[in-house]
Design a protein around this ligand. Structure first.
Ligand SMILES: Cc1cc2nc3c(=O)[nH]c(=O)nc-3n(C[C@H](O)[C@H](O)[C@H](O)COP(=O)(O)OP(=O)(O)OC[C@H]3O[C@@H](n4cnc5c(N)ncnc54)[C@H](O)[C@@H]3O)c2cc1C
Length: 228
């Protein structure tokens, strides 16, 4: 098979790689993109095995990039689900303290939530907690009405559908084995394909240190010892 020539190769079809591909495609429709993942379907790693919470930004330091990104991402995710008819439920959540020693941290989270502009956030006692969820034993809790749940596998699958429909090459079932530079190009060798790209974007989640190492990047950051 002849090499696939693209402007951008993205390694990783988890939520980060998929969303990045979609956004870049919208910003630069002429950009040729290849999205590469070793699994046969998107979101087979962390993105498909998380808690499914739509975070509202309660935990993060007020004024931080994480706080503002979380709130922006919250609004964008809900808008995406609405536009794509993907079910979600803003059911709210409880952050609980199960013992007295956790109360100072709970108070800190509450103060952060208020400072981050969450409306309706409230401190509640054990009886109110039991009314909402009888199986919880807590000394106190914070109720965060904005938090919700969604099936991130479904979100990811829709991202992949949109990317394919928009002409992005989705090379699933293609583990990246070698990465080398050749002039201005980066050559990515997978099990089944050879991709020549101007730019390589590493969205490989817990394997991103390995992809960085394959690309010859020396990093002090190392994630676990798993091999593929
Ligand atoms: C226990 C837990 C619960 C969580 N709960 C939530 C939650 O409720 N809400 C929330 O918003 N966030 C939650 N998160 C965080 C969220 O799930 C992650 O931030 C997100 O999924 C990371 O996405 P990713 O695309 O970076 O990684 P991943 O989804 O892991 O994607 C990385 C991709 O890279 C691919 N890859 C790796 N190596 C190669 C290779 N050599 N060649 C080709 N492909 C490769 C993998 O196959 C994989 O598909 C949770 C995290 C954890 C750990």
């Amino acid at each position: 098979m002849p090499p696939l020539r693209v402007d951008l190769a993205i390694v990783g079809a988890g939520i980060v790689g998929l969303a990045t591909a979609l956004q870049l495609r919208r910003l630069a429709p002429s950009l040729r993109i290849a999205l590469i993942d070793k699994e046969a379907r998107p979101a087979q790693h962390q993105s498909g095995h998380n808690s499914g919470v739509i975070h509202s930004g309660v935990y993060y330091r007020p004024g931080s990039l994480k706080a503002s990104n979380c709130q922006r991402g919250y609004r964008q995710l809900l808008a995406f689900c609405e536009a794509q008819d993907i079910p979600y439920d803003i059911c709210g959540k409880l952050i609980v303290a199960t013992q007295e020693s956790e109360l100072p941290y709970l108070e800190q989270v509450y103060q952060r939530g208020v400072a981050n502009g969450l409306t309706g956030i409230a401190k509640i006692g054990p009886a109110a907690v039991r009314d909402i969820e009888p199986h919880i034993r807590a000394v106190a809790a914070i109720r965060v009405p904005q938090a919700g749940i969604v099936d991130y596998r479904r979100v990811a699958a829709r991202y992949a559908d949109l990317l394919r429909a928009d002409g992005v090459d989705c090379l699933l079932g293609n583990a990246v084995r070698h990465i080398q530079r050749s002039g201005q190009r980066t050559i990515v060798l997978t099990d089944h394909a050879e991709v020549h790209a101007r730019l390589l974007l590493n969205c490989a989640g817990l394997y991103s240190d390995k992809i960085a190492a394959l690309a010859g990047q020396v990093s002090e950051i190392q994630i676990g010892r798993a091999s593929w």
